[in-house]
Design a protein around this ligand. Structure first.
Ligand code: GDP
Length: 304
């Protein structure tokens, strides 16, 4: 996903190699290049501005180091600042002290929520948890069936509103808030330690969608509300994230479709503009294409 950004940054640092000491002009030129590389990768303008200001300030103030040459020193600063943009420390799931840990998924239609539900469930199962999935997306005709198939693939039970929804083309009906509530109650009764609630998305942010998501949230009081965002949607990512942050006050971000070859920088801005950490990354269509998000490792990968 971030190959071209990586290449651009590597080139920028290459120009500094062999320099004994950096002048202010060297630093200015480098920061300018970094800024351009980030903007070309679609990182949001305010995020780039602040990032560049931090790099410049720190590079100018950096002590002459015995251990690192000037180019290594700048790489180190950029690495640390990138890590900050991406949320700082690795943020783990906030597990419930008693009863099931309730995780609600929110995001636009097509963002990858339903797929993510299965991936997250399988990953948690691999760690010894006993997750259950709840199909509260009653908007998209095939969503309930899709979750059932995904649940089967992940080896995780699925609570669905309609035992009778069997046709691929049949639209599920019912009240998504009630389904979410019943699903959580069932998870509690059956002693599942995690319950993941999939919710409906729309093609664009709309008031009805947000109100429904909020109603579900208020009904089930989740430990985590994960906002799933398609990393390929470019600059829209920031506005969508801000709308969902205001609408449902999510607790963490999942970047999906990081396997794509889009520029992806907008997704890198999401943590910074919302102040919420990126917790997971989805990297393909298969149930195992999923990883916990480590800001330090991602920063190093980008600067590799
Ligand atoms: P939802 O509407 O948010 O539930 O989105 P879905 O989970 O149905 O995903 C929408 C489409 O994106 C499906 O075709 C998925 O197979 C695909 N998809 C989901 N996650 C990823 C991913 O990480 N990488 C790729 N390449 N495709 C994905």
């Amino acid at each position: 996903m971030f190959n071209s950004l990586s290449d651009r940054l590597a080139n920028t640092f290459k120009n500094l190699r062999g320099k004994g000491r950096l002048t202010e002009a060297d630093i200015d030129a480098t920061v300018r290049e970094i800024r351009r590389a980030l903007l070309d990768a679609d990182v949001a303008v305010p995020v780039v501005r602040e990032f560049a200001a931090h790099i410049k300030e720190r590079a100018l103030g950096a002590e002459v180091s015995e251990a690192l040459n000037p180019s290594q020193q700048i790489v180190k600063i950029v690495n640390e600042e990138l890590q900050q943009i991406l949320g700082g420390e690795t943020r783990r799931i906030n597990m419930a002290k008693s009863g099931p840990t309730i995780i609600m998924l929110a995001g636009l239609q097509g963002a990858g929520k339903t797929t993510l539900a299965g991936k997250l469930a399988k990953w948690l199962k691999g760690k010894g948890h006993t997750p259950m999935l709840v199909a509260s997306d009653l908007q998209r005709p095939n969503a309930v069936n899709q979750l059932k198939v995904i649940g089967e693939r992940a080896g995780v039970p699925v609570f669905a509103p309609h035992p009778g929804v069997t046709s691929e083309f049949e639209e599920a009906t019912g009240n998504p808030v009630q389904v979410a509530r019943d699903g959580v109650a069932e998870a509690r009764a059956k002693l599942h330690d995690v319950v993941i609630v999939d919710t409906a998305g729309r093609l664009g942010v709309d008031a009805e969608l947000m109100a429904q998501a909020r109603d579900i949230r208020d009904a089930i009081e989740p430990n985590e509300v994960l906002f799933v965002i398609d990393a390929m949607i470019g600059q829209d990512a920031v506005n969508t994230a801000l709308a969902f942050n205001e609408g449902v006050d999510f607790t963490g971000v999942v970047l999906s479709k990081l396997d794509g070859d889009a520029r992806g920088g907008a997704a890198l801005s999401v943590a910074s503009v919302t102040g919420k950490p990126i917790m997971f990354a989805s990297t393909g269509e298969n149930v195992d294409d999923f990883e916990q998000f480590h800001p330090d490792r991602m920063a190093s990968r980008i600067l590799d």
